[in-house]
Design a protein around this ligand. Structure first.
Ligand code: NAI
Length: 304
């Protein structure tokens, strides 16, 4: 009997060697989860010091994951942590870090020029096969990819903070992204244990495109005195089932980060008034009230 075998030619081959560039909030989370899910990960940042900090953060985060995963077995926890850390190496030199890379995920500062320079340089030193992806929240992937000669092997992988907890991954295709690259990015997302969704290279992709106008409208309601931030948060949680209200979420993300995204978009798309930075948000940021991390934003937080 001839077995019916589905064609494997269109199926994606796993990407094993992953380079994560930028070991900050997002990059360390991405590196951690990639290592946890069996990839060989090289994490790159601009100094040894920063890399050591990233590694410490990853270690702490892994301890939390291990506690949940193996609540009754300290040996299994320890094994999980040391095995994951053994999948991870640190490097300050991108040229070395990408030598055998299947996929580079960039999570450096949100600045187009800096990202373009990095990818221009990477394009020169990475092998032909290497796929490039950016984790940018607010810059067009096409403009970042512009500095490279491998637009067919370029896409967006937009993770959410905190990466080890948040299940979603937005996979972004630019017009040039090949089917093979796209399939590999989706397969990688699944290997990372994420639920993938696909979006074109449009401002904010799916989540932020809907979230920012929503936050903006909530802030304007408060500015007009229609309702208090507490009541708006309660209403959105109990009325829609959202786990956090818009003000709690803004304070959690950071008002500085939220303002940065609003400013960037409004400058880029001035015709889209829903992206205009709300005045109250600018005022709080100018007063150094960035949300939870500074102890005050829309709410005041008790010092830990
Ligand atoms: P971060 O400021 O915590 O980390 C950035 C890291 O990149 C720093 O450690 C910095 O030293 C390093 N870096 C800067 N230039 C570099 C270079 N040329 N080479 C190597 N390393 C370099 O920033 P964060 O929040 O992790 O954001 C990174 C990217 O992820 C940004 O593009 C941001 O838009 C995006 N993003 C952020 C989210 C968030 O909630 N913070 C969510 C999703 C995406």
């Amino acid at each position: 009997i001839r077995k019916f075998v589905t064609s494997t030619s269109t199926m994606s081959v796993a990407m094993k060697n992953i380079t994560v560039i930028g070991g900050g909030l997002m990059g360390s989370g991405i590196a951690q989860v990639a290592a946890q899910t069996g990839h060989n990960v090289v994490l790159v940042d601009i100094s040894e010091d920063l890399l050591n900090k990233s590694q410490n953060n990853i270690h702490k985060s892994l301890e939390r994951v291990a506690k949940k995963k193996y609540p009754t077995s300290p040996e299994d926890s320890q094994k999980f942590i040391s095995e994951t850390l053994s999948q991870l190496t640190l490097n300050t030199k991108v040229e070395d870090a990408v030598k055998t890379s299947d996929l580079v995920i960039e999570a450096i500062v949100e600045n187009l020029d800096t990202k373009q320079k990095l990818f221009y340089n990477l394009d020169m030193c990475a092998p032909e096969k290497t796929i490039f992806a950016s984790n940018t929240s607010s810059l067009p992937i096409s403009e970042i990819a512009f500095s490279t000669q491998r637009k067919d092997r370029f896409g967006g992988l937009h993770f959410f903070n905190p990466v080890p907890v948040m299940k979603l991954l937005e996979v972004i295709r630019i017009p040039e992204t090949s089917d093979e690259t796209y399939n590999k990015l989706i397969a990688f997302g699944k290997q990372m244990g994420k639920q993938t969704v696909t979006c074109k290279d449009t401002p904010g992709f799916i989540v932020n495109r809907l979230l920012l106008p929503y936050m903006s409208e909530a802030i304007r309601m408060m500015e007009r005195g229609d309702a208090s931030c507490r009541d708006i948060d309660i209403a959105m949680k109990l009325g829609t089932g959202y786990p956090m209200g818009p003000f709690e979420l803004a304070d959690y993300v950071g008002l500085d980060t939220t303002k940065f995204i609003f400013d960037g978009w409004y400058e880029r798309y001035p015709e889209m008034t829903q992206f205009k930075t709300p005045d109250l948000l600018s005022k709080l940021v100018s007063e150094g009230k960035f949300g939870q991390k500074t102890g005050e934003g829309f709410y005041v937080y008790e010092k830990k």
